[in-house]
Design a protein around this ligand. Structure first.
Ligand SMILES: C[S@@+](CC[C@H](N)C(=O)[O-])C[C@H]1O[C@@H](n2cnc3c(N)ncnc32)[C@H](O)[C@@H]1O
Length: 188
């Protein structure tokens, strides 16, 4: 799918311009492993990906996708909350952190990301990102509970912009339902 039609594809395009071989990067919401696979490819042989998810089904799906691509060796899968990101990476060492909020497609729609934990994880991400490192968050305001979370995430990025981060937002306009959008921040 073309990047201008899907925020998730746009995130790949933009992060792909910044991630370098050998980098340490984080997938905060591994899900079915599409983003983790993108990151594992982008960091090359000497790079490292940390991928978090609270659901065992997501960790299994991500492992399967990585193994099929022969890239499982570059990724540490962590079955646990992304609120613990700073326990796994040192401050200022990470080139990019990706979030794709909401539920695991094809699985338990009841286990969605939640505003409070997402904000805690964004705070942790800001600590581990290096200067110029990218933080991408795809929000789904049209999903149940997603509106409040998207608003909280938007406010969080506004505060970072006031602190000197470069922050952009991309999403469709003129839709009947609130469309998903990408928030992207470059750490100051
Ligand atoms: C939209 S899916 C992610 C899709 C994924 N990035 C992909 O490429 O397939 C959102 C995921 O966030 C996970 N999640 C929910 N709360 C979480 C938390 N506190 N920490 C880590 N993952 C969480 C869900 O289990 C779900 O798998």
């Amino acid at each position: 799918m073309e990047a201008h039609k899907r925020p998730t594809a746009l995130a790949h395009l933009l992060l792909g311009q910044v991630i370098r071989p050998g980098d340490l990067v984080i997938d905060a919401t591994a899900g079915n492993g599409h983003d983790t696979l993108f990151l594992a490819t982008a960091v090359g042989e000497g790079g490292r990906v940390l991928a978090f998810d609270v659901q065992a089904a997501a960790i299994d799906a991500t492992r399967g996708r990585l193994e099929a691509a022969g890239l499982a060796g570059r990724v540490t899968l962590i079955e646990g909350s992304h609120a613990g990101i700073a326990d796994h990476a040192a401050a200022g060492t990470v080139a990019a952190v990706m979030f794709n909020l909401g539920y695991l497609p094809g699985h338990d729609h009841g286990r969605i990301t939640e505003a409070g934990e997402t904000i805690a994880a964004l705070d942790a991400s800001a600590r581990v990102l290096r200067r110029g490192g990218l933080l991408s968050v795809v929000c789904y305001p049209g999903h149940l509970g997603g509106g409040h979370e998207a608003e909280s995430v938007g406010e969080w990025f506004f505060k970072r912009a006031a602190e000197g981060w470069t922050v952009t937002r991309h999403g469709a306009i003129g839709c009947r339902r609130p469309p998903p959008f990408l928030l992207l921040g470059a750490a100051a």
